[in-house]
Write a new protein. Structure first.
Length: 150
């Protein structure tokens, strides 16, 4: 009976230790408790690295100019996100919408986003600053968006 109690106690301790080890370190799951919150768009940069604070006006690859006026990104502790943003493109698009929602995973400082439409993009977190790279309008015009946690 005593040996049975020791074996049972050892099994519980081993299972608890393995469970803790499996949840620690870099994560491929949400692990977003410390980064959960709302981030406000601060600046936008083109592929050449030319960054501008909002409102940011940057050229498109095929000519014309994008003007980004606002945006936000909300990360939830359960691994979901919502993104909003407004832009114009020359005189062609006057009410551009960067809205999106989906899930994200975290591995260290790197984030991987998958939208509800299965579009995928990446980002990174550094303190209260979150950076993502997104195509806008077409796959060629890619911009780097920098958000600051509110």
């Amino acid at each position: 009976m005593k040996l049975s109690a020791i074996v049972s106690t050892g099994a519980v301790v081993l299972c608890a230790a393995l469970g803790t080890a499996a949840c620690g370190g870099d994560s491929t799951g949400p692990d977003s408790g410390d980064i959960a919150g709302t981030y406000a768009l601060q600046s936008v940069a083109d592929e050449d690295g030319s960054a501008q604070n909002l409102p940011a006006t940057l050229p498109g690859v095929f000519g014309g100019g994008y003007t980004f006026t606002s945006g936000s990104l909300t990360l939830a502790a359960n691994g979901t996100y919502t993104k909003a943003g407004v832009f114009t493109y020359s005189d062609i698009i006057t009410d551009g919408d960067l809205s999106d929602a989906g899930t994200f995973t975290r591995s260290g400082d790197e984030l991987a986003f998958v939208s509800a439409e299965n579009d995928a993009y990446t980002g990174s977190i550094d303190g209260s600053e979150l950076t993502i790279v997104l195509p806008v309008v077409n796959a060629v015009d890619r911009f780097t968006f920098v958000f600051e946690k509110q």
